[in-house]
Design a binder for this molecule. Structure first.
Ligand SMILES: [Zn+2]
Ligand SMILES: [Zn+2]
Length: 151
């Protein structure tokens, strides 16, 4: 079995358990949604999801996405335009950041080096302590221009 298949199976198990805890079923459409997000490797808009999973009608994509957000399985990513983009929650994928293109609106995942994570963590800790806060996690999106828009 390829590593990608193993990862997908554990994600499905985690989502299924979470749905079962609130007496909801992991329907075929929800499975397709989760699978599409897991495979993308970047946040997707609803039209992008529907384009890559034609069996998913747009209206039910929205409805099921809302249900998955309410359960903490999916989170909405804010970009530089008005399009809502969606990705799996970090506990189901892995900790990462985003590049956001200010021109075309594209959002891509950034997997930070351990060095960057350490530096960010220490800087965040220092500024939090000044104001009496305790940091438990961080979100950081980098805005700029993608390679195509720079050209
Ligand atoms: Zn761009
Ligand atoms: Zn980070």
């Amino acid at each position: 079995m390829s590593p990608a298949v193993v990862i997908a199976r554990s994600v499905h198990e985690a989502v299924s358990l979470r749905l079962a805890a609130v007496d909801q079923r992991y329907t075929h459409l929800r499975r397709v949604l989760v699978e599409t997000l897991a495979a993308a490797g970047r946040p997707l808009t609803i039209p992008e999801i529907v384009a890559s999973a034609p069996e998913l009608p747009q209206s039910s994509a929205y409805r099921n996405m809302t249900a998955l957000i309410d359960l903490g399985v999916v989170r909405r990513v804010v970009g530089a335009d008005d399009h809502g983009r969606f990705e799996l929650a970090e506990e189901l994928s892995s900790h990462h950041h985003h590049f956001v293109c200010a021109t075309c609106g594209k959002v891509e995942d950034v997997h930070p080096s351990p060095k960057l994570e350490r530096a960010l963590g220490e800087a965040a800790q220092a500024v939090a302590e000044e104001q009496g806060y305790q940091v438990t996690e961080h979100q950081l999106d980098l805005l700029g221009f993608c390679p195509e828009c720079r050209a």
